[in-house]
Design a protein around this ligand. Structure first.
Ligand code: NAI
Length: 787
């Protein structure tokens, strides 16, 4: 007979199943077959595909595969309700969001159980993490709805938003997308992932009950084909996507040139750095959270463990010991650490990666856990002996597989951590605050956790650098992604291209100007191709010539801009000094510039020069004022939201107001610490080549500003396709804007192609926070604080 002392000695877990009857009852009420949720009601249910419980393979429900007609129906419904939704006051919209949050809380257990049944994640996580964060997201954004008109001035809702979400955090991803979209005054068509649609459908029904007007939120179920139909529908104004980088790239391609706004939250291969002075036991717990939370199906999973060599052996031992205690099994059991993998296809994918890891020479170690005999389960897995070139160090496995490597020095740690095409998140473990913060600042990742991992909060933005996508979710940054500047004119009301008159006779009474060169790395250089182009004056005579830049010139300019990256580390005060100096020097030569503008455009240039000087002064002032924020995370952390320079930004200037538009685009880029490769107005480039004489006298570091004159179309393509140009701003006609979005599909760079849809001649337009936001990306740095 087992005695109490025996039990005490063994400390064995008994079964602790969560009751699933309410979730099955809800499914039963629908006879386990669903239509879409459109316009506040269900469409006729269809048995097109099945949703199964990955823990035992049981059928949960049958669902409708959204067709192009279904999508059209949903978009029309969202379009039909947008006016009424926007006519509500912010307070009224806020009340709706508040009611949604309450509804989620009131039915928290039902949501949690249904999520676990459908996705396979442990009930402990859906109950304690996913659903509370969902409610928190709606509460937080209920507040934003009321504040938005005051706090996000000069902006308006985007309109109808199409959203596509993945299966790893089904309801949480819905909340991350729907809450800011509605708070910002948009209406929504959302497509959940095909494996995990059920909580989205329950949510739709619930929010309807809570009084959300019909059509404001529409849910269409289906697979990638349905998603594809949604993102290409002409009736939507913005696409927000979370999922794999491959699909993100496809969506970039589908939306390119359509004028649709786009945010992408894609994959990652996030590093988890353990320095020798870290609290090693704490770091072991951190690893457990980083890679075995949600079975490792987490876009920001710490899937690359980088440990300082001096502690690597002891760390590995402790980690393996801890891995032996992880319990894998029925996700509805409240004492389970890891549940089921979402679907057999994902399980096979993980298995394939593990085989590849072994074949490439990695050493695979798995805990002795006994897996359930049926269902999609995979044990916690550790690979050691992984090298940078191995697949496991490069590719997102999206499963409970950790790839470990070692480093010796801090610099090596940072180089290894940044050696990835992704840049979503990172964890840094060290008891030395100087070291931890220094490393955090040098990591290329949208979120950095110091001595913690996988922390999320609605007030703190989340999102990546590089191929992890662009845009942020959460925080005020996330809200901006659902607004557009009121100053933006609809596409094609931009500038119609000036026809180039046939020039060529030199102007009477003028000697031909010298041929200005390109300006690269602080020096005037001849164009690589050795060609010049003639620049006509308004009367058609020859005003001068400029260098005809080509691919090689852009390459050199980009190299120079990278080499000048120290500009981003100059203090804000120091950058302001340079901008003030530029302003002063331009002012000192204002007569000369005004005369040049008259020559080039035939118009009096005095006001334009004056406005350009003022603009430089204004951005000099902004340098140390466009600051980050400190968020107070719910427990034990502060989050520093730091706007960082994006890196090298390409800027293609319009022809209108050639000096003012160039200064308006250049100054915010520079003020925020980026370096720039700028293509001046194709029609009036002489104004820019005069400008480099101002640069030469203003302490601008060599390479921080590079000017390449020539064909806008050709140079835009080179800049868009260049992997080392981190962002591209284009101010001009919509056709080329669309091409730029297409050319940059491969490298997923941030493009801002409406930068030109304003009236540049109006000196009150073309400046402000939007330019500064576009010139920065926010890094959210989580630092332990207090208890
Ligand atoms: P996926 O990227 O194919 O699916 C995500 C969502 O996009 C789903 O709703 C899907 O139906 C939809 N979708 C698929 N193709 C589409 C298209 N052409 N246009 C519009 N929507 C489309 O991800 P999947 O196949 O479920 O998982 C494959 C791998 O992707 C995973 O193993 C993982 O590595 C990665 N992944 C990354 C996620 C992240 O958050 N970073 C989330 C989900 C998957």
């Amino acid at each position: 007979m087992t005695t109490i002392p025996d039990l005490f000695e063994q400390m064995a877990y008994g079964p602790a199943p969560e009751d699933a009857s309410a979730a099955h009852a809800w499914l039963g009420n629908h006879e386990a077959v669903f239509g879409h949720w459109i316009g506040g009601r269900w469409t006729s249910p269809r048995r097109d595909f099945q949703s199964k419980n990955p823990a035992d393979g049981a059928l949960l429900a049958e669902l409708s595969q959204g067709t192009a007609e279904d999508i059209d129906h949903a978009v029309r419904s969202a379009r039909g309700s947008v006016k009424a939704w926007q006519s509500l006051s912010g307070d009224q919209r806020g009340r709706h969001l508040y009611a949604i949050a309450r509804q989620v809380q009131k039915h928290a257990r039902l949501f949690a159980v249904l999520e676990t049944l459908d996705n396979g994640k442990p009930i402990r996580e859906s109950r304690d993490i996913d659903i509370p964060l969902v409610a928190r997201h709606f509460y937080h954004h209920a507040g934003w709805a009321s504040l938005i008109e005051d706090e996000l001035p000069g902006s308006q809702p985007v309109g109808v938003v199409g959203q596509v979400i993945p299966w790893n955090f089904p309801l949480l991803m819905l909340a991350w997308k729907v809450a800011p979209a509605l708070a910002a005054g948009n209406t929504v068509v959302l497509k959940p992932a095909e494996y995990t649609s059920l909580t989205a459908l329950l949510f739709a029904e619930m929010v309807h009950r809570a009084g959300l007007p019909p059509g404001v939120l529409n849910i269409v179920t289906g697979d990638g084909a349905t998603g594809r139909a949604l993102v290409k529908h002409q009736g939507i104004d913005k696409v927000a996507f979370t999922g794999s980088t491959e699909v993100g790239r496809e969506i970039r391609s589908v939306t390119a040139g359509t004028g649709k706004a786009l945010t992408l939250e894609l994959g990652g291969k996030s590093p988890f750095l353990v320095f020798s002075d870290a609290d090693l036991d704490g770091a072991v717990e951190g690893v457990v959270d980083a890679i075995w939370f949600n079975q490792g199906e987490v876009c920001c999973a710490g899937s690359r463990l980088l440990v300082q060599e001096s502690v690597a052996i002891v760390f590995e031992e402790r980690l393996k010991r801890r891995m032996q205690t992880l319990r894998v099994g029925p996700p509805l059991d409240k004492a389970i650490d890891m549940g089921a993998i979402v679907d057999p296809t994902q399980l096979q994918r993980i298995e394939r990666y593990v085989e590849m890891g072994k074949a490439e020479g990695g050493v695979c170690w798995q805990s002795d856990v006994v897996l359930p005999s049926e269902g999609c389960f995979f044990p916690p897995t550790l690979f050691t002996g992984v090298e940078s070139a191995h697949t496991l160090a490069r590719e997102e496995v999206f499963g409970p597989v950790l790839a470990a490597m070692t480093f010796r020095t801090h610099d090596e740690a940072i180089a290894l951590a940044n050696n990835t095409r992704y840049g979503l998140a990172a964890s840094v473990w060290s008891e030395n605050v100087n070291l931890a913060l220094d490393v955090a600042a040098r990591l290329k990742a949208g979120v950095v956790w110091v001595n913690c991992t996988n922390q999320f909060d609605a007030a703190s933005g989340f999102g990546g650098y590089r191929e992890s996508g662009f845009g942020r979710e959460g925080g005020v940054e996330g809200l901006w992604a659902y607004r557009r500047a009121t100053a933006d004119l609809p596409a094609d009301q931009g500038l119609s291209p000036d026809p180039m008159p046939e020039p060529l006779a030199p102007r009477e009474g003028r000697t031909l100007d010298r041929t200005p060169k390109l300006y690269i790395a602080g020096r005037q250089v001849r164009p690589d191709g050795g060609h010049s182009r003639a620049i006509p004056s308004p009367d058609g005579s020859l005003l001068g010539e400029v260098g005809e830049g080509n691919r090689k010139d852009i390459r050199n300019a980009v190299e120079a801009a990278h080499a000048a990256s120290a500009w981003g580390r100059v203090s804000a005060h120091g950058r302001a000094q340079v901008l003030y100096f530029l302003a002063e020097n331009l002012e000192a030569r204002s007569k000369e510039f005004a005369a040049r503008l008259l020559d080039c455009t035939g118009r009096d240039g005095r006001a334009e020069v004056e406005a350009s000087v003022r603009r430089l002064f204004i951005y000099a002032g902004w340098c140390d004022k466009f600051e980050g924020a400190v968020h107070q995370a719910p427990v034990g952390h502060i989050v520093l939201a730091l706007p960082e320079p994006i890196g090298v930004i390409g800027v293609i200037c319009p022809d209108e107001a050639p000096l003012l538009s160039m200064v308006s685009l250049l100054s915010p880029v520079l003020a925020m610490g980026n370096t720039v490769v700028l293509v001046p107005s194709e029609r009036h480039p002489l104004i820019a080549t005069d400008f480099y004489q101002v640069l030469d006298t203003s302490d601008v570091p060599a390479g921080a500003i590079n000017l390449v004159t020539g064909s806008k179309d050709l140079l835009a393509q080179v800049l868009a396709e260049h992997d080392d140009v981190d962002a591209l701003w284009y101010a001009g006609h919509a056709d080329l804007g669309g091409m730029i979005e297409r050319w940059s599909i491969g490298n997923l760079k941030q493009t801002w192609v409406t930068a030109g849809q304003r009236n540049w001649s109006d000196p009150t337009l073309g400046e402000g926070r939007e330019f500064l936001r576009r010139a920065t990306q926010v890094k959210n740095l989580w630092v332990p604080y207090g208890e």
